[in-house]
Design a protein around this ligand. Structure first.
Ligand code: SF4
Length: 392
């Protein structure tokens, strides 16, 4: 068997943990490559910080990858031109569907034990709460109905429309299916929606896939690849259960070199190398990543609105665009939350401005509170952990 050197790849997000790993790789003295997946929903300070890292440290340039949705947009445009006119003229009532929640690591462990021992597991495939009544409602919002295994989630329908109205909706939506070059926006146009906790396709599509396809797979042709990840056990109970090393489905191996580090050790690593942390932390952000992240907390949304209103303006524009590229002509960045105070538009989804207004209140807005309290504070559930979690 031929001995082949391991190729090292450090995943960089611009946040404190991945910076600590980048610095650790420099300390260990092995040649390495570094990669950053640009979602297109980032603050300029992230791009500047990553671009400056090599100058400040003597480490390698951080290569940037971006997902490209040109093919998906073209496919979806062909589909909507062909299929939407009849669908729009017919209309579609809303419907309930059951979304299973992601299984936790504990459940997988229980499953593994059950498989080994022939024992049973405690969760079932069937929801325990019966499906709510559809009631033939065409549009409007209905609160999700939680179940221990997931939730019944309402998909709004749309009213039937005239041939002329349908033709106009199709014309506008088709025109919006030209690639904008912004990965986050192009992904949402091609899907006709924003990602959500129940459908968190953003991490996979915007980070994992471009890193794997554009960097990891080409590297694997030359030999084994070890990806270094900035994941720490004390970030969350789920992350604490991850292994230090594992094999990724891409064929690479994965290492979490700061797995046992505390957040103080991460800051100490910055100080040791004379590297200032990403300036977003000093500006009050608990995490570095999408601005905002679909998983952000109430306080984080308030910070973004107060400190970086341009990002809120951008999300407002994106909501307009994605809604116009969508059959229901409705799309909101934060999903399944309705405005409890809006008497004029009961049942409508709440756009970013309403949520920003609410984020500045101390209390109130039960649906919003429930939704945001359930937020994990940012971060992804992918095994590469490519989105930073909130330190707060
Ligand atoms: S989980 Fe949040 S930070 Fe990660 S890609 Fe999605 S929106 Fe961005």
């Amino acid at each position: 068997m031929k001995a082949t050197s391991i190729q090292h790849l450090v995943n960089v997000s611009g946040g404190k943990d991945s910076t600590a790993v980048y610095l650790r790789a420099i300390e260990l003295g092995r040649p390495f490559r570094a990669v950053f997946a640009d979602t297109g929903n980032e603050d300029q300070r992230v791009y500047d910080y990553i671009a400056e890292l090599p100058n400040r440290t003597g480490g390698p340039v951080v290569e940037t990858v971006r997902a490209d949705f040109t093919r998906q947009l073209a496919q979806h445009r062909d589909y909507l031109i062909k299929e939407w006119p009849a669908e729009l003229i017919a209309g579609r009532p809303g419907k309930w569907s059951f979304r299973r929640r992601r299984e936790t690591l504990a459940e997988f462990e229980e499953l593994a034990v059950a498989v080994r021992t022939g024992g049973t597991i405690s969760w079932t495939l069937e929801p325990t709460i019966p499906k709510p009544d559809d009631g033939n409602v065409f549009d409007g919002w209905r609160a999700p109905v939680p179940d221990p295994h997931g939730a019944w989630v309402w998909s709004a329908g749309f009213q039937p429309m005239s041939t002329e109205e349908a033709a106009e909706v199709v014309r506008v939506a088709a025109a919006l299916h030209e690639p904008t070059g912004n990965p986050f926006l192009d992904l949402c146009i091609s899907k006709g929606r924003f990602p959500s906790r129940m459908a968190q396709f953003c991490t996979e599509e915007l980070k994992t896939v471009p890193i794997v396809e554009q960097v990891v797979l080409p590297m694997l042709k030359a030999g084994p690849v070890l990806q270094w990840l900035g994941i720490r056990a004390d970030e969350s109970a789920n992350r604490a259960k991850q292994a230090r090393f594992n094999r990724h489905e891409s064929g690479s191996m994965v290492w979490r070199p700061i797995f046992d580090w505390s957040v103080e050790q991460v800051w100490a690593q910055h100080r040791k190398h004379g590297i200032a942390p990403n300036p977003l932390y000093a500006l009050g952000m608990g995490r570095v990543g999408c601005m905002p992240c679909i998983n952000c907390r109430k306080s984080e949304l308030r910070n973004i609105a107060d400190l970086f209103p341009d990002h809120i303006d951008r999300i407002r524009q994106w909501e307009e665009i994605v809604a116009s590229a969508n059959k229901r002509r409705s799309a909101t960045f934060f999903p399944a939350v309705t405005d409890p105070t809006d008497a004029d538009r009961p049942g409508s989804y709440s756009r970013i401005d309403t949520l920003v207004e609410w984020s500045r209140t101390a209390r109130g807005g039960r649906q919003f509170d429930l939704f945001f309290q359930a937020q994990a504070g940012g971060g992804c559930t992918s095994d590469l952990g490519l989105c930073e979690r909130n330190a707060a």
